[in-house]
Design a protein around this ligand. Structure first.
Ligand SMILES: N[C@@H](CCC(=O)N[C@@H](CS)C(=O)NCC(=O)O)C(=O)O
Length: 228
């Protein structure tokens, strides 16, 4: 059964990115909609009525509200019929997905919003955590001995990991270079045709650490939760 799928979010490259990548990989049609366009109101008015008061949220058939980006990922995998059914592999995949998702804070807000000295301090403070988590991820992908983290084809955990590793390059491009197996993983993900196409056409994130903006339909917009 085909569903109407609307992914509601803001102007930032953060938690909607893995769902977008997975939608493109699985060729599932969906629409990206900004919160203010969907609701016709400012986020401050919308927030109290959203199930967990945050976005992204996937609206299914204008009826079901799926919050929490990891729940959205699992839902897309199930819709596409690519969910990992082996309980051990499924648990391993979830551990990878959760461990990568923990990179969200403070990596994503820093890249999308921090500027000047605040950016420098936040970056400096988070580097030990990033190094340690990247080390764990590199070890996991080497031990599993497949092309991607669990299988020879990517699954939800790979798209979540891809997003955070890819974003880390905008914080400091030298970190990922210390992890050759993770760099190879990024290359393998980027060479998947649908992913390559999506990455080439997605809004570009510019002026990180100075005055971050997303270029949407050719127009630079400051990152954030407000209509511009
Ligand atoms: N655990 C949630 C976190 C969602 C989250 O932090 N959303 C942020 C944007 S990335 C948000 O809604 N910010 C606006 C607000 O909290 O009012 C998830 O994975 O979806």
């Amino acid at each position: 059964m085909k569903h109407k799928l609307e992914l509601i979010y803001f102007k930032m490259r953060a938690l909607a990115e893995a769902p977008r990548l997975l939608f493109h990989y699985t060729n599932i049609e969906y629409e990206d909609v900004m919160s203010w366009d969907y609701y016709g109101k400012d986020w401050s008015e919308v927030k109290p009525n959203i199930p967990f008061k945050q976005l992204p949220m996937l609206m299914v058939d204008r009826k079901y509200q799926i919050c929490q980006s990891m729940a959205i990922m699992t839902f897309i995998e199930n819709l596409a019929g690519i969910n990992i059914t082996d309980p051990i592999l499924n648990a391993k995949a979830n551990a990878i997905m959760q461990s990568s998702q923990e990179l969200f804070m403070p990596l994503n807000p820093t890249v999308n919003f921090a500027t000047g000295d605040k950016f420098i301090k936040k970056k400096h403070d988070m580097i030990p955590f990033l190094m340690s988590r990247f080390e764990d991820l590199e070890k996991a992908i080497i031990e599993n001995d497949k092309k991607f983290f669990i299988l020879d084809e990517p699954r939800a955990c790979d798209f979540v990991t891809f997003h955070h590793l890819d974003l880390s390059k905008m914080l400091d491009s030298s970190i990922i270079k210390k992890f050759p197996r993770l760099e190879k993983f990024l290359e393998d993900m980027m060479s998947i045709e649908n992913i390559k196409n999506y990455l080439n056409k997605r809004p570009e994130l510019i002026d990180v650490s100075i005055d971050p903006k997303l270029i949407i339909d050719g127009v630079p917009h400051p990152t954030g939760v407000k209509k511009t």
